[in-house]
Design a protein around this ligand. Structure first.
Ligand code: URA
Length: 242
């Protein structure tokens, strides 16, 4: 492993933002090879250096996170025998990184897909226990009404053991066939099945937010970019410290 800066090591090992790691280092809590180090830019060997925080040995774990604006027509998986997958639209460099999508969007759904190699975080985000929020923009074949807002808030029957959890439907004032729907669960085809439960059909679906992430306005359909340090720190903060 190449040498890296002490502040980057501390960010990754303790899941802190860059400025939080500066505070920790400058506060005198970090030792490298037995000596207190306050130099945030110190280059260390992430494999060989013995780095400790308040006496506890730290290991360097660096994960990768990318956000994709998925176009319609692609399957959200790494392989498929029949259909093109989102892997096919990724640049070569990213394709080789061993990333996988966190959750699935239908082939015809567009929008935000998180790609990572952090299995623990992916597991956390997908676990039904954690009620991670997902926001969709949708277009319906029929006008949506206050009755639908209330029905989704109370929960609807989509053929599962229990009703859906409370969801927020925000109907566009200027066009009642358009709305945002925010869910805190992710059952198969959930949005389409919820619309069906109130006798409507989804004509268009786009995921615009997931957990702490929002689909960036400047990310074109089919484009992918790495998460910023702030986006990464906010996302990793969801995972309880192990
Ligand atoms: N709900 C759906 O029906 N489809 C998706 O792709 C995502 C959520």
């Amino acid at each position: 492993m190449a040498k890296i800066r002490l502040d980057k090591f501390i960010c990754e090992a303790l899941t802190l933002t860059r400025s939080e790691s500066h505070r920790v280092i400058r506060g005198g809590g970090v030792e490298v090879d037995g000596k207190m180090q306050k130099d945030i830019a110190l280059k260390i060997d992430s494999d060989k250096s013995d780095v400790r925080y308040k006496g506890k040995a730290l290991t360097y774990k660096s994960f990768h996170y990318y956000i994709l604006n998925k176009p319609a027509g692609y399957i959200t998986s790494t392989e498929d025998e029949r259909d093109p997958t989102i892997m096919e639209i990724l640049p070569e460099k990213i394709k080789k990184m061993g990333l996988f999508p966190v959750g699935r969007l239908d082939k015809d759904t567009e929008g935000l897909v998180l790609l990572t190699d952090n299995g623990a975080l992916s597991h956390y985000l997908l676990s039904p226990k954690h009620h991670v929020s997902k926001k969709y923009y949708l277009e319906s074949d029929l006008e949506l009404s206050e009755k639908d807002v209330e029905a989704f808030f109370q929960g609807v029957d989509i053929g599962e053991k229990s009703l859906t959890l409370p969801a927020t439907l925000e109907i566009f004032e200027n066009d009642p066939k358009k709305a945002y729907l925010t869910l805190c669960e992710g059952k198969f085809h959930q949005v389409k099945r919820m619309l069906c439960a109130v006798s409507k059909n989804v004509l268009y679906l786009e995921r615009v937010a997931f957990a702490t992430l929002t689909l960036p306005e400047d990310l074109e359909r089919g484009e992918v970019r790495e998460l910023t340090d702030t986006e990464t720190a906010e996302l990793e903060k969801l995972l309880p410290v192990q």
